[in-house]
Design a protein around this ligand. Structure first.
Ligand code: AMP
Length: 230
């Protein structure tokens, strides 16, 4: 199954619910690349500059990462791709990899939201790295308790942004800036939207309005995914 949508559409928030329902793993190329950058691996060194500017990392790198990962035992019953494929070349490579084992993409969930709504979501986003939990600097329902406890209007910074469950520090992604977001959105429209066009004729694409609350978005995804991925 493929989970797609622009940055800030809520892929990271919804993926754990899909994992829970279908009991198959989520494979996020963005998370894998960030781990490679943090560990200063060869792949990480090659990917860092492209990621920081909001450009795409080379197809060879991401296709290699995914093709290795899907051979692992936990992917044997299916998997959720988050952030991959990002263009038509990756889509064809994915179809080819799956076809070798008589498999195919069964379901594509497309989270859809106007670009104007994304800058606030992305540029106010703070993340708890170990769990992937995501918080927001100004949007009350997603504000961490540590900032809510401060006087109203206090600006978020590293002294007041902590994870609700563990109390550990939250961080901002280096590409969650207005400039990088502009590049990421341009790439999304020019390169990633054609992935949907590729799968549309197969009748497996579910279009989800992602502009509402987390629960309103889940209420659309839940019936759409059924047990298609397993
Ligand atoms: P994400 O966490 O999915 O927003 O990904 C963060 C960054 O990692 C992107 O802006 C790209 O630079 C890179 N990246 C993630 N997945 C891919 C992919 N499938 N192809 C190329 N670059 C990717």
């Amino acid at each position: 199954m493929i989970l797609t949508g622009p940055p800030g559409a809520g892929k990271g928030s919804q993926a754990p619910k899909i994992v829970n329902k279908l009991t198959i793993p989520q494979l996020s190329t963005g998370d894998m690349l960030r781990a490679a950058v943090a560990n200063k691996t060869e792949v990480g060194m090659k990917a860092k500059a492209a990621m920081d500017s909001g450009a795409l990392v080379s197809d060879d790198i991401v296709i290699g990462i995914i093709s290795d990962r899907i051979r692992e035992i936990d992917c044997g019953w299916g998997f959720i791709l988050d952030g991959f494929p990002r263009n038509v070349a990756q889509t064809k490579a994915l179809d080819g990899m799956l076809a070798k084992n008589g498999e195919k993409v069964n379901s594509v969930v497309s989270l859809e939201i106007p670009d104007e709504k994304l800058e606030d979501r992305i540029c106010g986003r703070w993340i708890h790295k170990p769990s992937g939990r995501s918080f927001h600097a100004t949007y009350e329902p997603s504000m961490p308790k540590s900032l809510k406890a401060k006087p109203k209007g206090t600006k978020a910074d590293s002294t007041n942004m902590f994870d609700d469950e563990t109390g550990e520090p939250l961080v901002q992604r280096s590409d969650d800036t207005p400039t990088a977001l502009k590049n990421r959105l341009e790439k999304f429209h020019s390169e990633t939207v054609p992935v949907l066009t590729h799968y549309e004729p197969l009748g497996i694409v579910s279009h989800v309005d992602a502009s509402g609350s987390k629960s309103a978005v889940w209420a659309q995804i839940d019936p759409a995914i059924g047990n298609k991925a397993v």
